[in-house]
Design a protein around this ligand. Structure first.
Ligand code: NDP
Length: 444
């Protein structure tokens, strides 16, 4: 058995019942095997891969909170501080009923490489809880967030671990979390990113993941002599990433035909009306089935189905494993030219291979959605210097970061004889920097 296979087997043995974590480790180690083979003796002696796949620290805690009727509920909170080789741990907090330690570990592991790819000094971490903010009152969400932070604040600070938003954690939740941290620790510092503009947030952070996704997609197309302008696009999700991906796609002259939530999806042949979508999702916090009441020509369908709509570009922006092999076959028969992941690991491994084998340009999430964490790192820089930059300055930096990121991924793929395979390119480019930093810092 070669070294990477040995480590994959060990991860499966030591982390049973965590299929998403196995999937993420398998994808990364499989695609860096050329680098590992070239340095096998050193990496084995230093147990580099064993250390890479083992979190530096995992915290799991009780989160009791009281609902509006006086009933006490108990959720489980998590923070995985995975790797600090190149900077303080950085990664979002997910609030969703599906959260468990395997999901948080897969997200934390992915985050190590994504953060490395941004070129900024941030390590990898992730956290969250199996709490569902959907259907809860503002007061219930506040009480949950305060209870969550009462425990989490023991392990984080502006220089050690800086969480951000993710599924279920938007501006409202970040505000409550920040307020409780400040109250308990007595310091006003940049311990969370995604904060409101009036208390240390960065202009452009809300838009960053969606905008960054479109900037990198445009750069990839430009290198093929193509552009987004005039193209049709299918988007899944209708949360933070999806909304701003749709906004930037329209600004760049493309037409987005779909959006979805966990109940169903809409098809709007005239192009998604972003004002209507923002009103439903950001103002009313309602369900997508309301969309046709804003747009009479639009169709609403219950269940999954966005991938059946014919378009040139596909942007999965909802959740993990939402695009499977059957969907990939449908996309290929619809003659899709590119898939770029706004969500984390939305495409299954089988589907990814099928798309790549059939000539679809495929940008993995750790490269394509890195604009969010990159702008979070810019928020950290502004907080450290007690500065506030303009939206234009942040957006310009984001554009530059996404363009450089694409070229580092592209050139890593070429260097190892896999031109155009951005999965291999992203994993190798991310890994090389982490491996160098880990080796330089000794056995820790
Ligand atoms: P939001 O909570 O704002 O939106 C998530 C969207 O996905 C909602 O439309 C939600 O529908 C849908 N969704 C969530 N879970 C499921 C599911 N199990 N099945 C079907 N639909 C689902 O999250 P974000 O937009 O912030 O995050 C989306 C993805 O992007 C995640 O994978 C996240 O990790 C990733 N990401 C986010 C970043 C950010 O800056 N926000 C940065 C990098 C990656 P419903 O409302 O019905 O739940």
């Amino acid at each position: 058995m070669n070294y990477t296979d040995e480590v994959i087997a060990r991860v499966k043995r030591e982390n049973p019942d965590e299929p998403e974590f196995h999937q993420a480790v398998h994808e990364v180690l499989d695609s860096i095997c050329a680098v590992v083979e070239a340095n096998e003796k050193l990496y084995r002696r230093e147990a580099l891969l064993e250390r890479l796949v083992t979190p530096e620290r995992q915290i799991r805690f009780r989160v009791p909170w009281i609902d509006d009727h006086g009933q006490v509920h108990v959720n489980t909170g998590y923070r995985v501080q995975f790797n600090s080789a190149i900077g303080p741990y950085k990664g979002g907090l997910r609030l969703h009923p599906s959260v468990n330690s395997g999901i948080i570990k897969f997200l934390g592991f992915e985050q190590i490489f994504k953060n490395s790819l941004t070129g900024l000094p941030i390590g990898g971490g992730k956290g969250g809880a199996d709490f569902d903010p959907k259907g809860k009152s503002d007061r219930e969400v506040m009480l949950f967030c305060q209870s969550f932070m009462t425990e989490l604040c023991k392990y984080i600070s502006a220089d050690t671990d800086v969480p951000a938003g993710d599924i279920g954690t938007g501006a409202r939740e970040i505000g409550y979390l920040f307020g409780q941290y400040k109250r308990i620790r007595g310091v006003f510092e940049g311990v969370l990113t995604g904060k409101g503009l009036s208390y240390g947030g960065s202009p452009g952070r809300t838009e960053a993941t969606g905008y960054g996704l479109l900037y990198i997609t445009e750069e990839m197309l430009r290198c093929r002599g193509e552009h987004l302008e005039g193209r049709t696009v299918v988007v899944s999700g209708s949360g933070n990433v999806a909304l701003y991906a749709i906004e930037k796609a329209h600004q760049l002259g493309a037409k987005v035909l779909t959006a979805s939530d966990s109940d169903g999806w809409v098809y709007d042949p005239a192009g998604i009306d972003l004002t209507a979508l923002k009103d439903i999702k950001e103002v009313k916090r309602a369900r997508l089935r309301e969309y046709p009441s804003y747009r009479s020509d639009a169709e609403y369908h219950e269940g999954r189905g966005v991938w059946s709509v014919k378009a040139d570009i596909v942007l999965p922006c909802a959740t993990q494993n939402e695009l499977n092999l059957v969907d990939a076959k449908q996309l290929v028969s619809n003659r899709v030219i590119a898939v770029a992941e706004g969500a984390n690991m939305p495409t299954t491994e089988e589907a990814t291979h099928y798309l790549q084998q059939h000539g679809v340009s495929f940008l993995p999430g750790k490269a394509a959605n890195a604009g969010g964490v990159a702008t979070s790192a810019l928020e950290m820089s502004q907080n450290s210097g007690r500065l506030s930059w303009s939206f234009e300055r942040v957006d310009e930096k984001l554009k530059g970061i996404m363009s450089e990121l694409f070229h580092s991924v592209d050139s890593a793929a070429q260097r190892y004889g896999h031109a155009g395979n951005y999965v291999i390119g992203a994993n190798i480019a991310g890994f090389e920097k982490i491996a160098g930093a880990m080796l330089a810092q000794g056995i820790i």
